[in-house]
Design a protein around this ligand. Structure first.
Ligand code: SF4
Length: 411
């Protein structure tokens, strides 16, 4: 998760009675601590999450009897499923075997999270959508700010406001959603008031890739800021895309097992209906702001776009989304695509193999994979060259971009 979403997610925990905090942000100490308990075979997100948790253990006020670490788990070939066991092993080595690692899984319907799970599921969904929306506003406005740092400041204020309403305890479901809506309305106004220069649109760069590394700014060496420094504006794929994908996978697997008409399929469809309804309620507040930045209405659109390169019945996970989304963004008028991937992650490697063909089939749009593993990289050089390619493509591209209302006002 990105820092903002982690803060909002912690607030959701607080609302159901758990005193939660996001793990501390990454820094050099994160890498040092992770290096003590890893061999180098682990993927970079695993090292960053481990190192950040171990920074909590180092705190003077750390009380092993009162702390639990939240680290969900999953099955499948992705190394994410190893994170929780790995953390437990590191804690054991440090003499903190008793520290609880909370790993809710869909297999147990998340019962580990207590009795009020139905409300918590809804609340976390609203939390993810809302924090995604604030981040989208940050990325849309920051490249055009006249006063450096002003958009970050507003973003922080909006996040604080949102976390405050999410965290309130004993608020009935309907009132909670209404409070979130009102908080977002205040945020739209705050972003609109930022002093900006919209006289000329910047190059639009779509950002796809591995979910942790692309959202965690420490892990990707603040690549989006670098794109902004070089005259670009980033459109980052959000977290909710992954939630929709996993729901589509549940339905696909039920059909494959001959359970297209079953109670489980009905449950999946109902979950999708409720999610879509609530998402719409929050998204419509930003309709005017997000003109030209619309996400696809249905995840199947992304899967269909990926079909000729990585068919979703054969390839799984983020690679399918990254390729499909890259094509979608090209269709929305993006001038270049960046794929953020941890070094050695199969998603990035597979995508990098098909991107030349994707680019060739889509007007020659530049697509570049940036790998990260925590070692020093010369982003200036690489981003500078990439932005030159994007500028070249921009001059000859056939797909126009729909600009939001404020550019017309400026013109
Ligand atoms: S997608 Fe890749 S980097 Fe991310 S957890 Fe899985 S293996 Fe690691």
């Amino acid at each position: 998760m990105g820092d903002g979403s982690a803060r909002a997610f912690s607030a959701a925990f607080y609302a159901i009675g758990i005193d939660a905090n996001p793990s501390p942000p990454g820094d050099e100490r994160t890498k040092e601590l992770a290096a003590r308990y890893t061999s180098g075979d682990e993927c970079y997100p695993e090292r960053v999450t481990l190192g950040n948790f171990l920074k909590v253990v180092e705190r003077e006020d750390f009380d092993p009897s009162r702390v639990a670490f939240f680290m969900p788990t999953a099955t499948g070939p992705c190394r994410f499923g190893q994170y929780a066991p790995f953390l437990k092993r590191a804690l054991k080595k440090m003499g903190y075997e008793e520290v609880l690692v909370l790993s809710p899984t869909s297999a147990t319907s998340y019962r580990e999270l207590g009795e009020n799970i139905s409300f918590f599921r809804k609340l976390t969904w609203w939390t993810l959508i809302s924090s995604d929306l604030l981040r989208r506003m940050l990325h849309k406005r920051r490249p055009y700010e006249k006063v450096p740092g002003s958009t970050d400041h507003v973003y922080d204020e909006c996040l604080e406001d949102l976390c405050g309403v999410i965290a309130e305890r004993d608020v009935p479901e309907k009132a909670k959603l209404l409070n979130i809506v009102q908080s977002l309305q205040r945020s739209v106004r705050r972003f609109e008031e930022i002093d900006t220069d919209f006289s000329k649109p910047r190059l639009l760069i779509g950002v796809v890739g591995e979910i942790f590394c692309r959202l965690n700014t420490f892990s990707n060496e603040h690549l989006i800021r670098k794109i902004e420094e070089y005259g670009g504006e980033a459109w980052l794929s959000d977290i909710s895309e992954w939630v929709w994908y996993t729901l589509a996978e549940v339905k696909k697997n039920l059909r494959l097992r001959g359970k297209g008409f079953s109670v489980n399929m009905l449950k999946a469809m109902l979950a999708g209906y409720v999610q879509r309804r609530d998402e719409h309620k929050l998204l419509e507040l930003f309709e005017r702001e997000l003109k030209g930045y619309e996400e696809p209405h249905d995840i199947t659109k992304i899967l269909d776009l990926s079909e000729s390169y990585l068919p979703c019945k054969g390839a799984l996970g983020e690679m399918v989304l990254s390729v499909g989304k890259a094509i979608y963004l090209q269709g929305k008028g993006a001038d270049g695509i960046v794929d953020i991937s941890p070094f050695t992650c199969m998603n990035g490697i597979v995508c990098e193999g098909v991107y030349p063909k994707v680019s060739k089939d889509h007007g020659g749009i530049p697509i570049r994979t940036f790998y990260f593993d925590g070692t020093a990289v010369d982003l200036d050089n690489d981003v500078g060259i990439f932005m030159e390619l994007a500028a070249n493509y921009h001059r000859k591209k056939q797909v126009p971009r729909t600009l939001p209302y404020y550019f017309k006002i400026a013109a």
